[in-house]
Design a binder for this molecule. Structure first.
Ligand SMILES: [Zn+2]
Length: 139
């Protein structure tokens, strides 16, 4: 395969989209919805615990090793928030998903699409790896 790939046309450069500001907005809104309904806060204020977690998340996103084309943090294989905070973050994002669809339907839908995109990419990668393993075992 290595020999043939040299003759294949080179891939066109893909336009790089900066997903970070959008994701930050989604996370901030999700935290707002979650904190308002669970911790009796309102407006743009969050309780100290949610504020602390959100601050960590925002800082880490800005320093994401994947850069601006990063996958969504919820689905990252190498989440960098630390075990405990990643768990809290994921449970907030997941438990608030339904409410987000009611309050911010378009935003929530786009976020869901990104999550499906991650599933699809993973599925394709697994398929490729399985095919490779198969080819190897034939030799
Ligand atoms: Zn809270």
């Amino acid at each position: 395969m290595g020999i043939f790939s040299r003759f294949l046309p080179k891939r066109k450069p893909v336009e790089i989209k900066n997903n970070v500001p959008k994701e930050k907005e989604e996370i901030r809104k999700t935290f707002g919805v979650y904190c308002h309904s669970h911790h009796n806060t309102s407006g743009s204020k969050l309780c100290p615990k949610c504020t602390a977690l959100l601050t960590t998340v925002m800082t880490k996103i800005s320093r994401c090793p994947y850069g601006i084309t990063k996958p969504i943090c919820e689905r990252c294989d190498r989440p960098c928030f630390g075990t405990k905070q990643t768990k809290e973050f994921r449970s907030i994002m997941q438990s608030t998903q339904k409410k987000m669809f009611l309050r911010h339907p378009i935003l929530a839908f786009k976020h869901k699409m990104k999550s499906w995109g991650v599933d699809y990419a993973k599925h394709e990668q697994e398929k490729k790896q399985a095919a490779k393993a198969k080819a190897r075992s034939k030799k």
